[in-house]
Design a protein around this ligand. Structure first.
Ligand code: ADP
Length: 649
């Protein structure tokens, strides 16, 4: 419905009013004047109702007068030219009729219902008012299903995908995630074919919670469910519940479930459920009605309260399962928690396969190689790389996307935009080259450090240079591995000290990373002898204000951290001093070529003694350490280093 139609309607009504509004002539005259007009043969017609008489002049007179001509309607004019009130006297009436006869004009007696005419006018005005009112209401109500405004505020904002008209995503588009897919497919199967399960006495599951780091395909999986399940699918985000008005959230939850139940069997998908599902009772604002809490309570009741709903399955996604309320996670609400992890090598290959399909790639592309080049990348990163590669190829006016474009895209995604014209003095450039060469040398010569892929001193994004490692896909990390990685990270600063006998601010991100790692070793992983087998890690974030250890322990932790870092630094220095000539050679090569690869290192140092070591068996889920080491000099943008290197169960 276009608002212009409403405006047009109002305009038409006004016009109609003008046309039919012949309720009164323009000028009032007195009877004597009328007599004058009649006598001079100017009157064409008179229409009287006993009290009032309308006088119409002859056209000739009108033309000369020309002033009573209606600007719009011209000769169509039905309006009288003059009117007068008939004096209450019989003789005057008689005189009027006599004049009419004498001067050849007509007198019509029209008992015009003035009242009726007024009613007509009023009706039109009323009509216009109603139209305006409707327009205003529509405006306020906002368009669309459930519209977010005044009158629909308590309605749920869920988007509904009807049966068979879902998204065009299928399970085939979701690569890897075998376990998660199986669980979800089973839920779809349950809705399609409930008998198979109910015959054995199984109850339909209430919900499944997809948990995992961002970009791992949780939303994608839900979209696939919408595409494949032959049932209505409601999709909304956790933040859609909350509004600036109190009580809206709960009302929306009620409305959502009402709609879902009407269409049962159906699926409701709540993305980013942590927006409402956070544990209750924290950060209580004294005296205020916590809207989020009310919303959550309503959700809990709807999911598993007295009015148990049947045939509505709830899928939810979050990357912060640790902050969710326990009541939400108990069996009977989200019966299943499906952990969607970062893709491993094979899964990355599968994801590349999915995203390479629409891209015109040339024969040099080796999916295996790409998958190995992208450890620690999520599905979203990979999708991004494929798209970037195509964009880069298009920019270079190629008709195929080549391996080179993909490598550029990986650099671009990790490091940011190349900054060829960043102003760097030769002296600075030399420092950067030695710094990066230091990382490369130390990591090359240490057994447990991740093998190097390439070193670059091309400034990119916020970084001035970078050393890229290829970490093994391991699940647990040993003390030696962490220590060697710390040595490699400190190799940059150690090289600066050895060569220039000065240190610079260029090691900020190294130091940050190393410090966090050292603290994690001591206070999180229990890898320190003096502290012993203790972990002060607080996975639920319950005691954010108090430390779970004494001042004395805090002092020991600090001492141990310093000791570890100094030990690592000295080790790095020792290695570099022993290999000073090779370090110099590497730095020179780096200055000359700007980017050097593993092969260049091999030509200087010889093959690495400990290349392919079999990864440790997976026992505990500790994600591998961040894979790219980037030096940020100009800006300190703290990453969540601790989170990366510590455990997120
Ligand atoms: P999140 O887990 O944060 O909800 P999404 O599901 O929105 O992540 O994933 C973002 C994008 O990443 C998807 O649109 C898709 O292109 C890509 N992606 C992520 N995981 C996969 C996967 N397993 N297979 C294929 N594409 C994936």
């Amino acid at each position: 419905m276009n608002f212009y139609w409403i405006y047009a309607a109002i305009g038409a009504l006004l016009l109609l009013m003008l046309v039919f509004n012949n309720s009164g002539p323009k000028n009032r005259i007195v009877y004597a004047k009328f007599r004058e007009l009649a006598k001079s043969d100017q009157v064409l017609r008179v229409s009287e109702n006993g009290v009032k008489a309308d006088v119409f002049l002859r056209p000739e007179v009108k033309d000369t007068l020309n002033k009573s001509k209606d600007p719009f309607l011209g000769n169509l004019n039905t309006r009288a030219d003059y009117f007068f009130y008939i004096p209450e006297s019989e003789s005057i009436k008689d005189e009027m009729y006599a004049l009419a006869e004498e001067h050849d004009f007509r007198i019509d007696f029209e008992p015009v219902n003035e009242w009726g005419q007024q009613l007509f006018t009023w009706l039109i005005i009323l009509g216009i008012m109603i139209v305006v009112w409707v327009v205003l209401m529509r405006r306020m109500g906002g368009g669309g299903a459930g519209g977010g405004q005044i009158f629909n505020i308590g309605k749920s904002k869920a988007q509904l995908f009807e049966k068979g008209k879902g998204t065009n995503v299928t399970f085939k588009d979701v690569a890897g995630l075998e376990g998660a897919k199986e669980e979800i497919e089973e839920i779809v199967e349950f809705l399609k074919n409930p008998k198979k399960y109910t015959e054995l006495g199984a109850k339909i599951p209430k919900g499944a919670l997809l948990v995992g780091p961002p970009g791992t395909g949780k939303t994608l999986l839900a979209k696939a469910v919408a595409g494949e399940a032959q049932v209505p699918f409601f999709s909304l985000s956790g933040s859609d519940f909350v509004e600036m008005f109190v009580g809206v959230g709960a009302s929306r939850v009620r409305d959502l479930f009402k709609q879902a139940k009407e269409k049962a069997p159906s699926i409701v998908f709540i993305d980013e459920i942590d927006a409402i599902g956070r544990a209750r009772g924290k950060n209580v604002n004294i005296g205020s009605n916590d809207e989020r809490e009310n919303t959550l309570n309503q959700l809990l009741t709807e999911m598993d309260g007295f009015g148990t709903n049947s045939g509505v399955i709830i899928l939810a996604a979050t990357n912060r399962a640790d902050v969710l309320d326990k009541a939400l996670m108990r069996a009977g609400r989200f019966d299943r928690q499906i952990y969607v992890d970062m893709p491993d090598l094979n899964e990355r290959k599968a994801i590349f396969d999915v995203h390479l399909k629409p891209i015109k790639v040339d024969k040099t592309i080796d999916v295996d190689f790409l998958a190995r080049q992208t450890p620690g990348f999520s599905g979203a990163d990979i999708a991004n790389i494929c798209n970037e590669a195509a964009l880069i190829a298009a920019r270079k006016k190629k008709n195929m996307v080549t391996k080179e474009d993909f490598l550029d895209a990986v650099d671009r995604v990790i490091g940011g935009l190349e900054k060829k014209n960043k102003i760097i003095s030769p002296r600075e450039k030399e420092t950067i080259a030695y710094h990066e060469a230091g990382h490369a040398t130390v990591s090359w010569l240490l057994e447990h450090a991740s093998p190097l892929v390439k070193v670059t001193i091309v400034p990119r994004g916020q970084s001035l240079g970078a050393a890229w490692y290829l970490p093994e896909e391991r699940q647990i990390t040993t003390t030696e591995q962490i220590f060697d990685e710390m040595c490699a990270a400190l190799g940059g600063r150690a090289a600066e000290e050895i060569i220039f006998e000065k240190i610079s601010t260029g090691a900020l991100s190294d130091l940050e990373k190393v410090t966090k790692q050292a603290y994690a070793m001591v206070s999180v992983y229990g890898l320190n002898k003096r502290i012993g087998n203790r972990s002060y890690y607080d996975s639920r974030g319950e005691s954010s204000f108090t430390k779970p250890y004494s001042e004395e322990t805090a002092r020991i932790i600090d001492e141990e951290v310093s000791a570890i870092i100094e030990k690592a630094y000295n080790r790095a220095k020792e290695i570099l001093l022993d290999n000073k000539d090779k370090l110099t050679e590497l730095a020179k090569k780096l200055l000359e070529k700007e980017v050097i690869f593993k092969e260049d290192l091999e030509s200087i140092f010889g093959a690495r003694a400990w290349g392919a070591e079999s990864p440790a068996p997976a026992v505990d889920a500790i994600p591998p350490a961040p894979n790219v080491h980037i030096d940020k000099i100009d800006e300190a943008a703290p990453e969540e280093g601790l989170k990366d290197s510590t455990t997120e169960e």
